[in-house]
Write a protein that binds this ligand. Structure first.
Ligand code: BDR
Ligand code: CA
Length: 314
């Protein structure tokens, strides 16, 4: 059984990633920690509970974490994810915030990893504020992780939020810096350009959402807004189809054979720069003299990915 802890800013593609994890019979999700990002951290908590309700998994504990970046900046991506972060398509009877655990997300990350040393993989699909705070609370944490899977950063200085910044890193560059430098554990990165080069075709999306299940009907409802926005966009970096960014990090965490080729380089994040703050730096020449290298996803098995996505809505 793979033990996962998820850190999300639930967002439509976070919801998809969570559902991929929930659908895998070999995965145990120990908890879901929430952080600011696509929407407010309160909305993120509500959205996670809605996803868990749609999957009959409300027993999984959900924790509320940081409401702002380390420097106190609050972002949001309402144009794409909707005002509520989940496509502005409310459910009657959605669970209330009283189901959120009293323990703070950062304390929960520290506690859960310490209770399961060497066993937990952390899947982070959001600004990295909670993870940065957690390693400051407990510097031994990275050494107790099985693996770290992150959707974030970029490899070709192509941004989706600022000219050179991918959303999760640009939303909290200091946190991304701390995580890439202090989590000296096995680290897998699904970066922005990589996700754009591996979209799901619109035909696949039709078949995916057309499945006869409550989960597919839930996804069709919350996905409508961002699907329309994606189609309007005309595709990111020339892609035609939908990019479920966060699901690539989840797919790598649940299935070791999903990633078929990776680059291995030290990485860090630009904290200054007129246009480059929040951009990921890939040190191909080893000039930073860092010993730790991240695995940067390059090629994946898209047939496996499609199967995982289909199973998520069955
Ligand atoms: C990332 O930013 C968010 O909008 C998505 O949920 C994803 O985690 C993509 O850059
Ligand atoms: Ca996300």
């Amino acid at each position: 059984m793979k033990k996962l802890l998820l850190d999300v800013d639930c967002g439509v593609d976070d919801a998809q990633a969570i559902m991929v994890g929930l659908a895998d019979p070999n995965v145990e999700i120990l908890g879901i920690t929430c952080v600011h990002g696509n929407t407010t951290v309160e909305n993120v908590c509500k959205n996670v509970l809605r996803v868990l309700q749609a999957c009959n998994k409300l027993e999984i504990p959900v924790f509320k974490g940081a409401a702002k970046s380390i420097l106190g900046i609050k972002v949001g991506d309402e144009n794409f994810h909707g005002q509520d972060g989940l496509g502005d398509a409310p459910d009657a009877g959605a669970p209330g915030l009283d189901l959120i655990q009293e323990e703070n997300a950062v304390s929960a990350i520290v506690r859960i990893i310490n209770e399961n040393p060497g066993e937990v993989s952390l899947v982070a699909t959001a600004p990295l504020t909670n993870l940065a705070l957690a390693v400051r609370m407990d510097p031994t944490l990275p050494g107790k992780l099985k693996g770290l899977y992150i959707m974030g950063g970029n490899t070709e200085s192509r941004g989706n939020t600022t000219v050179c910044g991918e959303f999760n890193f640009a939303a909290d560059p200091e946190a991304a810096y701390v995580v890439l430098n202090d989590y000296q554990c096995e680290t897998h990165l699904a970066c922005w350009e990589f996700t754009c080069y591996n979209p799901l075709t619109w035909d696949f999306c039709d078949a995916w959402l057309g499945q006869d299940s409550d989960k597919a009907r839930f996804m069709a409802k919350i996905f409508r807004h961002s699907m329309e926005e994606s189609k309007k966009d005309g595709g990111c970096l020339g892609s035609t189809g939908f990019i479920s960014c966060d699901s690539y990090a989840m797919a790598a965490a649940v299935d070791d054979s999903f990633v078929t080729e990776s680059d291995h380089y030290p990485v860090t994040v630009e904290l200054a720069g007129t246009h480059t703050r929040g951009m990921m730096i890939v040190d191909t020449l080893g000039l930073l003299k860092k010993t730790h290298k991240a695995c940067i996803m390059k090629k994946v098995d898209m047939e496996k990915f499609k199967k995982m996505m289909m199973a998520a809505l069955k």
